[in-house]
Design a protein around this ligand. Structure first.
Ligand code: NAD
Length: 723
């Protein structure tokens, strides 16, 4: 765990060396060992000074998220973190100079250990990053970070580090004063030791700035005019951005304000309480589960079928050089893979490549890419109208028009050229894969690879397994998704698959609310307050109301008498067929999009969907039914997604709850603080979730009916995830 040695001059070296891990992490075990070793060193009269170092390539990667995610005993946790604070104060005030030698990255608790030393020297390591990523997982730097960082660098410079989890490089860390010095790589321990030796020679008691006489917070504390102004602005900005859904940044601000208004010891006591509160909160549990463990498992391809050799890709085919095809081509070329970009004419194919050139040129202009690097990427994209060019492709993806006949045609033409074991994938967003595979002579090699728009940026790929898709095809397709740096989730075939189906319920619920007479401004604001990135009506405009209308018509045609008309179908029909308002692309949808101006809600909506005002206020002419409260609207917009997700689990469209949560967050920006549509039900608990759905179903209809799966879980006291 820790290596300990004392040299001839009485300078001890405490070296973190976590067994059987590539990185040092902080948990009860390693912190316990650190406490024991440091107490021994401080008490030993033979030890004059101490150097803290690491035996790994980085210093310390941070706290043990498995341990934090599982912590449920608030009193025990508070006692443990208070113990760490006490230890760090004993080191600071122990009278022996202590220096940290940072050979590589020091993040989270690792940086806090370093901040608890009198001196920090970092190796000039270009890969090293310093910072506090805690806030991105619903936590705060709870080993003194919220107190020591602003006392060291000032509140202004501390804000992006603490509130946004920004990671900085060696030079910036030195510039703002987070570290004292930089040494050549491999010389950092010598430099740390030299500082300790000098301090011993000088004979003065080593002290941290905040323990020294006359200490002042750089740039002023929270109760100076500048500090007050900064905190007020930070508070307002935070609420504007998060609608107060995330307790972590709010608690960090409180720690800074309250803690810096007093001395360090009281500040640490304040921090320990806020930290304990966050560790126990469902928000951090949700974020750690979905954003950390769920995402890591997906990226490690945990659900990849076993026994299939890994596929290396050198040449991919892309059918359709439209919006999606061009984006997928960019992602593929960026991964170092050649891509044949085919469209109906050479001109159309060239247009796809031009899109890539335009996007990359923008990046080059912003200094994110050199002109040479751009040319290398562009050289990998081969636009063509000739199917013969697809020869040798290990995988061909189609993103042509959403029409069965066209997709069948390009499938046949492609299969005539590619090798027998090559994979054919469809990027369809709505057409079931099993049906599309009927056009294929080798349906076992046919699969769905559903990208999101803009494909060059969006991190998720929903992989759809058709009835005939083989395990080998699935495994090899997952290899491609990883090769281009995206995160896959695997789902079984069904109408709308998982993402479009559940995401669609959010949009539809917004449209149902509109038909009920809820003011559109309130609907879209409620979506944002619920934590969604865009309100449902604005989103309908983005994906186009016309598309909602088309899908409704297609579903009606496919299902026949089994089709049940929804409010959203009526609203879409009215907007598109009657009013000709197709969405953003036509400049007119629920919003108006004046050329050169700001979009705003279409004033005509009030007349088309008369608003119902609360009882007692003047009637708008459509009855005086009481308006829904904001909480009721938020609940509907969230629960409608959760209930549909449970149906996907029940119908085995989804294979595991965590796929639902990772897919929702990455696919359509579902709010991470809720964990995901399943994570949210887990947070409520199945019994409370069923009670809420029963109430909603009674008021608003069977789309809210609790699925049997959930009802059974509630009865048996089961949960989706460990409690
Ligand atoms: P698009 O209209 O921008 O591009 C389609 C391209 O396919 C056009 O360039 C067209 O010329 C080409 N094409 C048409 N018929 C062809 C043929 N026979 N051979 C070769 N090329 C042909 O459409 P898009 O938005 O890129 O969507 C393409 C596919 O991706 C659709 O199946 C769509 O459902 C799906 N998809 C779209 C999105 C989205 O947000 N736009 C998201 C996920 C999936």
């Amino acid at each position: 765990m820790l290596n300990y040695s004392i040299d001839a001059d009485g300078i001890a070296t405490v070296e973190f060396d976590y067994p059987d891990k590539s990185q040092n992490i902080l948990n009860a075990k390693s912190l316990g060992a650190y406490a024991e070793t440091m107490q021994k060193a401080l008490a030993d009269p033979a030890v004059k000074g101490i150097v803290i170092a690491s035996a790994k390539k980085d210093f310390i990667a941070g706290g043990d998220l498995a341990e934090l995610g599982a912590a449920t005993d608030a009193a025990a946790f508070h006692a443990a973190i208070s113990g760490t604070h006490k230890l760090m104060r004993a080191i600071e005030l122990g009278g022996k100079p202590v220096a940290a030698a940072l050979n590589g990255s020091a993040l989270g608790g690792g940086m806090e250990i370093a901040l608890g030393c009198h001196y920090r020297v970092a190796a000039d390591n270009p890969k090293a990053r310093f910072g506090f990523p805690e806030v991105t997982l619903g936590l705060l730097p709870g080993a003194g970070g919220t107190q020591r960082v602003p006392r060291l660098v000032g509140m202004m410079a501390a804000a992006p580090l603490l509130m946004e989890g920004k990671r900085i490089k060696v030079a910036e860390a030195q510039k703002i004063g987070l570290i004292h010095a930089v040494a050549a790589v491999g010389e950092e321990r010598k430099a740390a030791r030299a500082w300790v030796a000098d301090a011993l020679a000088a004979g003065t008691k080593p002290l941290q700035p905040w323990d020294s006489k006359g200490f002042k917070i750089p740039g002023g504390g929270p109760n100076t005019p500048g500090g007050m102004q900064m905190l007020m602005a930070a508070n307002a900005m935070l609420r504007e951005k998060t609608y107060d859904n995330y307790p972590a940044p709010r608690h960090i601000l409180s720690c800074v304000y309250e803690g810096l208004s007093t001395n360090l010891d009281t500040g640490l006591a304040i921090e320990a309480r806020y930290f304990t509160n966050l560790v126990m909160s469902p928000v951090s549990k949700n974020m750690i589960r979905s954003l950390f463990f769920g995402m890591n498992e997906a990226n490690k391809l945990a659900s990849r079928p076993a026994g299939v050799p890994q596929q290396k890709y050198t040449k991919i085919g892309m059918l359709g050089a439209g919006m999606m095809g061009a984006g997928i081509a960019m992602s593929t070329a960026t991964a170092g893979i050649d891509i044949v970009l085919l469209d109906t004419t050479q001109e159309a194919a060239d247009k796809g490549k031009d899109y890539a050139r335009k996007q990359w040129t923008k990046q080059a202009q912003r200094g994110r890419m050199t002109a040479d690097a751009m040319e290398v990427l562009l050289a990998r994209i081969h636009p063509t109208a000739d199917y013969a060019d697809l020869k040798g492709c290990e995988l061909v993806i189609e993103a042509v028009f959403e029409k069965r006949e066209i997709k069948a045609d390009v499938t046949k033409k492609t299969e005539a050229v590619i090798a027998a074991d090559a994979i054919f994938a469809s990027n369809t967003s709505t057409l079931p894969i099993t049906g599309l595979a009927e056009a294929s002579v080798r349906p076992a090699n046919f699969i769905g690879l559903h990208f999101f728009s803009p494909a060059e940026k969006m991190p998720l790929v929903e992989i759809i397994v058709g009835k005939a898709t083989s395990d080998a095809t699935l495994a090899r397709s997952m290899d491609y998704v990883r090769a281009i740096g995206k995160t896959p989730i695997v789902v079984n075939d069904s109408r709308g698959f998982y993402t479009s189906r559940v995401f669609g319920t959010y949009v539809s619920e917004g449209m149902a609310l509109l038909e009920e007479g809820v003011p559109p401004a309130l609907i879209d604001k409620a979506g944002l307050i619920a934590g969604m990135p865009v309100g449902p009506l604005a989103l309908a405009d983005e994906v186009s109301i016309e598309l909602v209308h088309k899908i409704a018509q297609q579903t009606r045609a496919d299902l026949g008498s089994a089709y049940v008309e929804r409010a959203a179908d009526r609203v879409a029909a009215k907007m598109v067929a009657t009013l000709g308002r197709l969405g953003r692309k036509s400049g007119a949808g629920f919003y108006d999009y004046p050329v050169g101006g700001q979009k705003h809600l279409w004033p005509g909506l009030a007349e088309q969907f008369p608003q119902k005002l609360p009882a007692g206020t003047q009637s708008a002419g459509a009855g005086d039914a009481a308006i829904l409260t904001l909480d009721e609207i938020v609940e509907r917009l969230i629960m409608v997604q959760s209930v549909e997700t449970v149906r996907c689990l029940e119908e085995k469209v989804l294979r595991a709850p965590i796929d639902a949560d990772v897919g929702a967050i990455l696919g359509w920006g579902y709010p991470p603080f809720r964990g995901g549509p399943i994570g949210w039900l887990h947070t409520l608990g199945p019994a409370q979730a069923v009670a809420a759905l029963d109430r909603l179903a009674e008021q608003h209809g069977p789309r809210f009916t609790a699925p049997k799966l959930l009802r059974n879980m509630a009865t048996k006291g089961e949960r989706f995830y460990p409690a």
